[in-house]
Design a protein around this ligand. Sequence first.
Ligand SMILES: Cc1cc2nc3c(=O)[nH]c(=O)nc-3n(C[C@H](O)[C@H](O)[C@H](O)COP(=O)(O)O)c2cc1C
Length: 198
Amino acid sequence: MSAVPPIVFGITGASGAPYAVRLLKALTAAHRPVSLIVSKYGMRLLATESGIESIDALRDAVGIDAWASYVEVFSNDDRGAPPASGSARTAGMVVCPCSMGTLSAIAVGASRSLIERAADVTLKERRKLILVPRETPLSAIHLGNMLRLARAGAVVMPASPGFYHQPKQIADLVDFVVARVLDQFGVEQNFVARWKGQ
Ligand SMILES: Cc1cc2nc3c(=O)[nH]c(=O)nc-3n(C[C@H](O)[C@H](O)[C@H](O)COP(=O)(O)O)c2cc1C
């Protein structure tokens, strides 16, 4: 494992599993250690949307060598794991995709799972918390929770790809969102060109 502190990465049960897989690949390719936590519904959506039925299958999708070097998995039930404590050094946290259920729990500091607790810790330690929600339409409750989180310091970046780079395939749309998340952590990527004007 690297001496660089890990990015805590929560995968929850919003639609958008391909974003999670691509982001995990990109972070490990950039040699960034990851503390990975997958909720029960995060795993279900990985199966439904990406055909990934287990953590072992996720490891195979990311690549066994990259996984062994950079990924540590924690149970979402284990609120005694390192990401649950502010004393454990991290480089921040991303929840991608982020369900409205998890988003609301983070907004009120519920901390009923490791993902929720780690997000709570990330906010209280004033570290970077990136939330990538996917829902439409958004109710006043959803919007209120997002506003509360933005005011508390979280970066709320909906999985909402742009089209100005003229995507040709679904992977281009996924890459667009993932590239913006990587920007938040200062991780360089070479799969989406930066806009330089027309
Ligand atoms: C196929 C499927 C798609 C779903 N899509 C979304 C979604 O896009 N956004 C969302 O907030 N919840 C979605 N849900 C509901 C969440 O998975 C559900 O609220 C779950 O309890 C979230 O738990 P978690 O945040 O612990 O993963 C979906 C559920 C299923 C089964």
